[in-house]
Ligand binder design. Sequence first.
Ligand code: NAD
Ligand code: UGA
Length: 468
Amino acid sequence: MSETSLKICCIGAGYVGGPTMAMIAKQCPDIEVNVVDINESRIAAWNSDTLPIYEPGLDEVVKEARGRNLFFTTEVSAAIKSSDMIFISVNTPTKTFGIGSGRAANLEFVEKCAREIALHSDGHKIVIEKSTLPVRTAEAVKRILNSASNENASFDVLSNPEFLAEGTAVEDLLDPDRVLIGGESQEAIERLADVYGRWVTPASIIKTNLWSSELSKLAANAFLAQRVSSINAISALCEATGADVDEVANAIGTDSRIGPKFLKSSVGFGGSCFQKDILNLVYLCEHFGLPEVAAYWEQVVLMNDYQKRRFSTAVVKTMFNTVSDKKIAIWGFAFKKDTNDTRESAAIYVCRDLLEERARLTIYDPKVGLEQIKQELIYLMTSEYGTLSEKHRQLIDDNVEVANSAEAAASGAHAIAVLTEWDEFKDVDFDAVYRSMKKPAFLFDGRNLMDRCKLNKIGFEVYAMGKS
Ligand code: NAD
Ligand code: UGA
């Protein structure tokens, strides 16, 4: 396996597999990178001009490498056969059935990958866990691989979790705080470190044992989410006491031991990973007989649920205790700016609450369309109630529409709820928006994005997180 002939395969062409492999291919033109997926339409999109995910700068990275040494294909077995290194980058959602339902990670897709690799491998392969996994998953992966019927097949298993954040994936991949590689074989660790070493400084490549690497990923997400829940908890106290959460965040964040990042109070964290990874951590703690540790981390998720609910309750209460038949403009549906990802977005929960109060919602998100919004609402209502009742389907069909701009969404509305911090919302002509709305015109800022003084002067009644 000489460096110039290295072939990489990545199973899973999602938010992680796609951008991560595109970056490797861009930085290492001599390495052939095949990204495979069973989802045909996703692969077709990766091969088209409209990539399946929106990430600033990603189009350019993909265009540079695609067709040269970066390939997207559904030919899973062929890619496994021809590769020296195989990344497993499939989804690991929270289980929704059976033992550990609602907490444990569903490892079905990871196990299927391991079985596919075992089935199609000939010769030595380095198998790399890129997906976020419960600590000690590599044990099961190794056992499955080692049951391969082909006697020529042999494997090293590494853990190489991904720390990119959506919306900044390209810059995170280009200049990562660190690359983490855990494993038992020093040779395999070095081979993978050599790939990253083409553009990441050696000091930023951390090498650990397998279990530390697997656990560090869960711990990192738990610590990040904990900071958001901590500042959100303080935001509730700010509203009760007259303190201002942004001022508090600034005051505590200047302490170099605390630091300024991840202290932005919001309507609640979303995204496919924070909640799922913390619940997974909680499940692991329970499994290992550590109920106090489990309860400690679970509180981070419970605080987040509280914050989402607190926001929708504030909307209803402020609007004279009823939003029934009122038009509410929802600005932003993605879980954060600069992504089209809506998984676990706080907006889904707030919209569900407002729909149940019989509000009429007009939603504008620059990257999210009506079908995706409806699917998220249907998914939430179905998972919460076990089935989608006719009443809930009707609520969604009759009361959810999209607009093609923030201004159009707000026209004729009783209120605006800002749920994603898209930059373009700051540049809206608020005088015109105010004139187009019903009075009193309410604005609920779930991201503390807006200049409250300016909006108050125009005439808006503004509610913002953590501001009295
Ligand atoms: P995703 O759902 O966007 O993509 C996963 C892909 O895997 C899907 O396209 C699916 O079709 C494919 N897949 C599933 N089983 C397959 C199989 N047997 N063969 C081929 N393809 C298969 O998921 P994602 O957001 O990319 O996350 C992947 C993993 O990375 C998860 O464990 C997640 O926790 C972790 N992670 C995600 C992020 C993020 O920003 N999204 C960041 C860091 C880590
Ligand atoms: C997060 C981590 O930041 C990544 O390191 C990790 O790789 C990834 O999860 C993962 O494992 O999937 P991501 O979820 O893409 O990345 O985005 P973040 O920037 O972490 O934001 C998560 C949520 O927290 C968003 O809803 C965001 O709006 C919210 N948030 C973040 C706040 O409300 N306040 C903050 O100060 C920061």
